[in-house]
Design a binder for this molecule. Structure first.
Ligand code: DHE
Length: 520
């Protein structure tokens, strides 16, 4: 559900947001800023400034952005985001006015407390009536969920026959990878406006929903399948939910204990540590939140520990101090190291056991570590990451943390993918004139061996492999788009399925098994 403007045109705007009622009284000197905002910014950032497709624009969420930088971003756009340049349409005075406006506090600080979270909880079906076997003929572990951003739907795809099995409406503007329960039956989806949905893939039904925040980043599911953790931009909170029915269990304010609070950059499950990791945007800290003792070995990654208590326990926070902020990050396969980068490109390696920074990384531009993948190269493990600002991929030795190679590409990229069974890695060119190109990299030579242009003029992005790694799906990121199936070895096109701006695609097996070639 998107935020709705109920009354506009006066100095006091009132917004109703499924339970949120916020007077948006603005100071007289920001009136023209308010008008410019409504005309040019509201469609993405929300009429209420609480975020929609774009992030919330409030002083508490702009603490790291100087006013002059905000003005530059409005005039020139912001690299690696959907933020366009308005310099051609707005005068310098108008830009200044809108900057004033977004730095003006709302009369009432928006809050979304436990009582409101609890009141938003929805049960859509009586789960006792649901089948515990799939109601379709297909391998349930080789399904794909394809998010179609164009009309806010998701398609469930049979990963063997490449046929759609079901299509359903999602909340407005899903963002971040949906996360599966360890058995692959349930998928958890997060929308930018805070709604968390639990969808049953065996029965094709949304079972429960809850609004965990006003402007949400993403969610993570614990490896034992019992707990969901949600990270928010607004308010500055983490929300713990019971995975069985999304009942809210705990609300954790994200503060340093001395008056400063922070947006959450992202949350992840670190299965072998038995914990969640939360990266913070406005505090130079990373938080670890253990939910149970770490399981004994790699095979127990997706299992429930015998003797686990019936209710997930309260999470406690272990704080790890950093040298810099973490805007984007990546884990090594053992979840021992966290490799993080700030938006200025500085990279640091945090040893999560020791709780300290152990290496600096020679990164430039804006590395997109969240889309990095690992593979073995000449007897060592390498991390390869696209760059949101530069036309290159960075190959990093994961023992020495030295950069081995920068692979030149046709432009900045967003997503990378491979599979243990494939000799190739795929990397898109998401930005610029070559955004219709997709590079194929030979993992043994670290060279681009082929550049495909699946639909000239339309963005080609985001690849995901089938469970066995023999085929892969690629998005044509356009309302009149498609998911294209390729043979991972011959690189030949196999099939084209029309879709409405398909963004990410998520294979149940690869996600629940933490396949090294995909994001987690
Ligand atoms: Fe994303 C994942 C952050 C803009 C599409 N994006 C993520 C994750 C983070 C992140 C931290 C990992 C969470 C997860 O998967 O659980 N994204 C950011 C930003 O900071 C940024 C640059 C600005 C913002 O608006 O928040 C940003 N992202 C975008 C887009 O503009 C994209 C292209 C379109 C959209 O949906 O808004 C986009 N992001 C995605 C997708 C994933 C994602 C498809 C999941 C990738 C995956 O394969 O797992």
């Amino acid at each position: 559900m998107g935020p709705g403007l109920v009354s506009a045109g006066s100095a006091v705007l009132v917004v109703l947001l499924s339970g949120l009622s916020i007077p948006l009284e603005t100071r007289a000197d920001s009136q023209s800023g308010a008008a410019v905002y409504q005309a040019h910014c509201a469609s993405c950032h929300g009429a209420d400034r609480l975020g929609a497709m774009g992030p919330a624009l409030l002083p508490e969420n702009l603490s790291r952005v100087r006013r002059v930088q905000a003005g530059t971003s409005i005039a020139e756009g912001l690299p690696a985001t959907q933020m366009p340049a308005f310099g051609g349409q707005l005068s310098a005075d108008q830009i200044e006015a809108v900057v004033d406006f977004i730095y003006t506090p709302l009369v009432q600080t928006p809050h979304w407390v436990m009582e409101q979270i609890r009141a938003s909880h929805l049960t859509h079906v009586d789960t006792a009536t649901l089948s515990d076997r799939p109601l379709f003929e297909a391998d349930p572990l080789n399904l794909f969920l394809v998010v179609e951003l164009g009309d806010h739907h998701a398609t469930v795809l049979d990963g063997d026959r490449f046929e759609p099995l079901h299509r359903f409406k999602t909340r407005y503007a899903l963002h971040g990878g949906p996360k599966y329960s360890p058995d692959g039956r349930f998928v958890f989806l997060a929308s930018r406006d805070g709604w968390i949905s639990r969808f049953d893939l065996y029965n094709f039904k949304t079972t429960h929903e809850i609004r965990a925040g006003i402007n949400t980043r993403n969610l993570a599911v614990s490896a034992d399948g019992r707990t969901v953790l949600v990270g928010n931009y607004l308010p500055h909170t983490l929300v713990v939910l019971r995975a069985d029915d999304l009942a809210p269990l705990q609300l954790i304010p994200v503060t340093d204990g001395q008056g400063a609070s922070s947006r959450v950059s992202a949350v992840y499950a670190a299965p072998r540590r038995g914990s969640f990791i939360a990266a913070l945007k406005d505090l130079p800290e990373v938080w670890e939140l253990p939910y149970r003792p770490a399981p004994p070995g790699p095979d127990s990654v997706a299992s429930t520990l015998p003797g686990s208590p019936a209710e997930p326990a309260d999470l406690t926070v272990r704080r790890i101090a950093l040298d810099d902020y973490l805007d984007d990050f990546f884990f090594d396969p053992e979840y021992r190291h966290l490799i993080g980068a700030a938006r200025n490109g500085a990279g640091q390696v945090v040893d999560l056991d020791q709780g300290r920074v152990v290496a600096e990384l020679d990164l430039t531009g804006l590395p997109h570590l969240g889309s990095g993948i690992t593979w073995e190269w000449e007897g060592r493990q390498v991390l390869v990451t696209p760059n949101l600002k530069q036309g290159s991929l960075t190959v990093i030795d994961m023992e020495s943390w030295q950069v081995i190679k920068r692979i030149e590409t046709l432009g900045p990229g967003f997503f990378m993918r491979s599979h243990a069974a494939s000799r190739y890695a795929w990397s898109d060119v998401f930005f610029g004139p070559n955004r219709d190109a997709m590079h194929v990299i030979d993992k043994s030579t670290l060279e681009i061996v082929k550049t495909l242009r699946p639909e000239p003029g339309k963005t080609a992005a985001h690849v995901e492999f089938t469970r066995d790694g023999r085929y892969l799906l690629l998005s044509i990121w356009d309302p009149d788009g498609a998911v294209i199936v390729y043979d991972a070895d011959t690189l030949e096109e196999i099939k084209r399925l029309p879709m409405n701006k398909p963004s990410g695609k998520y294979n149940v097996w690869n996600k629940t098994r933490y396949e090294s070639g995909t994001s987690h």
